[in-house]
Design a protein. Structure first.
Length: 559
């Protein structure tokens, strides 16, 4: 059978789609060939379009793949830097997390200056040049605090050696005084309260007994001063109750840690009125800082022991009356800030956490952005660069450093003067940073570390620049982070709370001791004074008199 020859009118012969041909084909071979050539060109054009779309898709996937590789590389480099690298920012010589803003202001260039790069490494050694001949000045010993009690220890020369070679007895003509710091170990003792009882010899009246001293925990055998020491040892010094149990055991006193825990919870309940007054002072001021940190509570209804709850912190108050309040809550939901700040109106300084989303839409509440949080992302972006290389992240850090240099200059100014400084010098730096951001943002992949930092700065921009509107508004949330640091440090020692009651007691006591510290009052002396006066307090005026800012120094040093 002879081979089949394709009909010129067949679609397959010309590689065209049947759907593109008309139903009636021309009978003229020339016209038919012209039609088929036209259809062939259309088919090739469509194939070219498909190939171009395929190539574009391939290029897009390749670009996304390369961006993903870069993202993973940056994450790996940043993780290795955090794990094995130094804990301080070597390029600026400052602490990484706490007191960051203060260190920034100390090391930042002046607002009018350009950011200077580190001096170049020497060609021979590759090390940074140093002043080899310059010796470090030796520090001068600081005098011991005047408030500490002094015990005089007199040293005399034996009388037999106080005779001059000429035979004349020597007389005292002066003295040399030097001081040593000494310490008396914790003394565990027992207070015996002896209540005298008096009666009529004739028996005409019932006997009279001296009243028992007022106690914070009347049914316990713990003195008020012991309770103050217990709270300070755990919540200021970070010593778990189990170790304090061992401290007492060394003195032969066996107090189970369960009993110590009950004392802590009972004392916290007694101190609640003072915490309530502090809360009123906090909400009476229109600027509040907020932050949160995880805390583990083993026995929470309906939750596993490994669940993470939250310890929220608020810091604010008028000038001269700083208040720091901790609040335990199992949730990190948006309802928590709404509950804590119910009825309050003012400026709220917090990070970009979604938990503060609902409070942002509350009438009368204005959110502020934290420049420290924005800056840290650029610090991370700088860390993923090769050692010694400077990039766009460092440009942002230099501009942010100028803002902190201005804030350093404004520390000693009043609010009105600070506002003028911000509206002139800070506004100029903000405008420069905005122009830089608009130029750089479109050129950086958003999934990179630098892209994430730029995106955060862009999204938070309206909140970040809001501090320029008033002279008393904060530039960052460092006060709240500094307030929460003692809790984070103590958590490393005691690890968790056993019950919700214990977590709430911890929150209240941290509130009291940290507020005392913020007001420049020694926590133990203040707690001792407050617990001594607490049993007799019956009115609001009595409790207000126990607040840290209402005490005089002589009230605290009374033994």
């Amino acid at each position: 059978m002879p081979p089949r020859i394709a009909d010129p009118r067949s679609n397959a012969a010309f590689g065209v789609c049947a759907s593109t041909l008309p139903e009636q084909l021309p009978d003229d071979p020339t016209a038919l060939k012209a039609l088929l050539r036209e259809q062939q060109r259309a088919f090739e054009a469509r194939e070219a379009e498909r190939q171009a779309a395929f190539d574009a898709r391939e290029a897009e996937l390749q670009k996304a793949f390369e961006a993903r590789i870069l993202e993973l590389y940056e994450q790996l480099r940043l993780a290795r830097r955090r794990l094995f690298g130094p804990s301080s920012e070597s390029h600026a010589g400052q602490g990484w997390l706490f007191d960051e803003a203060e260190a920034l202001a100390e090391s930042a260039p002046a607002a009018g200056d350009t950011a200077t790069l580190p001096p170049p490494a020497t060609e021979t050694t590759g090390q940074m040049p140093t002043d080899a001949g310059k010796k470090k000045a030796r520090g001068k010993r600081k005098p011991l605090p005047v408030a500490l009690p002094r015990i005089d220890v007199v040293h005399e020369i034996p009388e037999a050696e106080r005779t001059c070679a000429c035979g004349t007895p020597m007389v005292e003509i002066g003295q040399d005084v030097s001081e040593q710091l000494d310490i008396v170990p914790m003394q565990v003792r027992v207070l015996r309260h002896i209540r005298k009882r008096y009666g009529c010899p004739q028996g005409d009246q019932a006997p009279l007994t001296a009243p028992a001293p007022a106690q914070v925990l009347p049914k316990s055998n713990a003195s008020n001063d012991l309770l103050a020491m217990l709270l300070v040892t755990k919540y200021v010094d970070g010593l778990p109750l189990a170790r304090f149990e061992y401290v007492l055991a060394r003195a032969g006193v066996l107090v189970p840690r369960q009993t110590l825990a009950r004392w802590v919870i009972g004392t916290a309940r007694a101190l609640q009125p003072i915490a309530n007054l502090m809360h009123d002072v906090l909400l009476g001021h229109d600027v509040i800082h907020m932050d949160e940190t995880p805390v583990q509570v083993l026995k929470e209804p309906g939750r596993a022991a490994t669940s993470k709850s939250q310890m929220w912190v608020q810091r604010g108050g008028p000038s001269g009356k700083p208040v720091i309040l901790f609040e335990y809550d199992p949730s990190r939901a948006q309802a928590v800030p709404l509950r804590l700040l119910e009825g309050w109106k003012g400026h709220l300084m917090a990070d970009a956490l979604e938990s503060y989303g609902a409070i942002s839409f509350t009438e009368g509440v204005t959110r502020l952005g934290c420049w420290v949080h924005a800056r840290r992302r650029f610090v991370d972006a700088g860390k993923v660069l090769p050692e010694g290389k400077r990039g766009r992240a460092h440009e942002a850090l230099a501009l942010i450093g100028k803002l902190y240099a201005i804030e350093k200059d404004a520390r000693k100014l009043n609010d009105a003067q600070r506002l003028v400084l911000r509206q002139t010098r800070s506004r100029a730096v903000i405008n420069e940073l905005r122009r830089w951001l608009d130029q750089v943002l479109p050129t950086v992949p958003p999934t990179s570390v630098l892209g994430g930092a730029l995106g955060y700065l862009h999204r938070q921009w309206p909140r970040l620049i809001r501090y320029l509107e008033r002279g008393d508004l904060p530039i960052d949330n460092n006060p709240a982070e500094n307030a929460i640091r003692p809790f984070v440090v103590g958590r490393k020692a005691w690890l968790f709370s056993d019950t919700q009651a214990g977590a709430r007691a911890s929150a209240l006591i941290y509130s009291l001791v940290e507020t005392a510290k913020a007001n420049g009052v020694e926590p133990y002396l203040w707690l001792r004074h407050a617990l001594r006066g607490l049993p007799a307090a019956t009115t609001v005026e009595h409790f207000e008199a126990l607040l840290p800012w209402n005490l005089k120094a002589e009230q605290l040093i009374t033994a």
